[in-house]
Design a protein around this ligand. Structure first.
Ligand SMILES: Cc1cc2nc3c(=O)[nH]c(=O)nc-3n(C[C@H](O)[C@H](O)[C@H](O)COP(=O)(O)O)c2cc1C
Length: 328
């Protein structure tokens, strides 16, 4: 059974990538992830703010230039910023020495400003690729759609100037014209799009009357948003597509490959079930392939993408009219 795939020009032994999270932040865990069969790892993101802080002389200088967001000021220990960056580069080079699977570094960014030079350091440290975790909540009422969307193109363009390794962009789905926007992004020089990141979900504790976080980890029924958009965009984009969010078992990998994904990224399922779950998910994928007589992923990749499926309208159906009518 051939589970191999290519993603960002990297040859992967199977489509399962351990997505960026707290589980991909130490060499020990990375080794365990590799031992369980993952085909690649995306390291925990380093934040643009952490990089910028080291580049700037003083905290107050930064603050006066408006680079820093109040909430990140509370969070970061500025004295340790330099350590943070060198630790990150060391994690990359150690991982490259110790692992044989590709190591993808990750940067969380919201602008295309001077932090982008750090992408070059990441390449020098040996990373096989860089994933840009870019998301700006469209909640600034003074910002136009064009301005808001342009940042993504600027980020890709600035980072591509710094590196020759592949660059992917991990985005959310809060865009007014998502399909055409992602299609345009796919032709910006980026090597892959990761659909989608999953963000902090605010909630309210009505007893304490404070804002809290809810559903930090995804559940399997959150698969449908990325599944829909992988299927719609498959064969309509100029770069690879990787699926992220709600992939908790081998069946979900099968679905995303049928929709057209080159690879999938898994995070919550590893938090919930441990690293041993990787092997289980891969054997479920293999069992399904055997049962359906597919000996390689290419034989069924994209078979149910919107452009190839016999029922393309299913991916565009958004209302439940029939469902409710039949039950009344
Ligand atoms: C605790 C936690 C930490 C995460 N940290 C990062 C991060 O640093 N960078 C990033 O791009 N995504 C991060 N993610 C998002 C995951 O990589 C993934 O895109 C998201 O959780 C959806 O996939 P899942 O359903 O498999 O969890 C994190 C997710 C979790 C649960």
């Amino acid at each position: 059974m051939d589970l191999s795939t290519t993603y960002l020009g990297l040859k992967l032994k199977n489509p399962l990538i351990a997505g960026s999270s707290g589980l991909t932040n130490s060499l020990d865990d990375l080794k365990k992830i590799e031992a369980q069969g993952a085909a690649a790892v995306v390291l925990k993101s380093i934040f643009e703010e952490e990089i910028v802080m080291e580049l700037e002389e003083t905290f107050s200088q930064m603050s006066s230039q408006g680079f820093i967001y109040p909430e990140t000021m509370e969070y970061f220990d500025y004295d340790s910023i330099e350590d943070t960056l060198s630790r990150y580069l060391k994690l990359i080079s150690d991982a490259k020495k110790e692992l044989s699977i590709p190591v993808i570094a990750s940067i969380n960014c919201v602008t295309a400003q001077k932090w982008t030079t750090f992408a070059h350091d990441i390449q020098e440290a040996g990373a096989d690729a860089i994933e840009l975790n870019a998301f700006i909540l469209p909640s600034d009422f003074n910002r136009s759609t064009e301005d808001f969307e342009q940042v993504y193109f600027d980020i890709v363009s600035e980072v591509k100037k710094q590196v020759s390794i592949p660059v992917s962009l991990k985005v959310g789905y809060f865009f007014s014209n998502l399909g055409p926007f992602l299609q345009k992004l796919s032709h910006s020089g980026v090597d892959g799009l990761v659909l989608f990141n999953r963000f902090y979900h605010p909630d309210v504790d009505i007893d304490k009357m404070i804002i809290t976080a809810s559903n930090v980890l995804s559940s399997p029924d959150e698969l449908s948003t990325s599944l829909r958009w992988i299927a719609i965009l498959s064969e309509r984009v100029g770069c690879d597509l990787a699926a992220s969010t709600g992939i908790h078992d081998g069946g979900a990998i099968v679905k995303q490959i049928l929709a057209g994904a080159q690879a999938v990224q898994v995070a919550s399922a590893l938090y919930k079930n441990g690293f041993g779950h990787i092997e289980q998910m891969l054997s479920q994928l293999e069992d399904w392939m055997e049962a359906h007589d597919y000996h390689s992923l290419d034989r069924f990749r994209g078979k149910l993408s919107q452009s190839r499926s016999k029922n393309p309208a299913a991916y565009e159906r958004v209302q439940f009219m029939k469902y409710f009518r039949d039950r009344s």
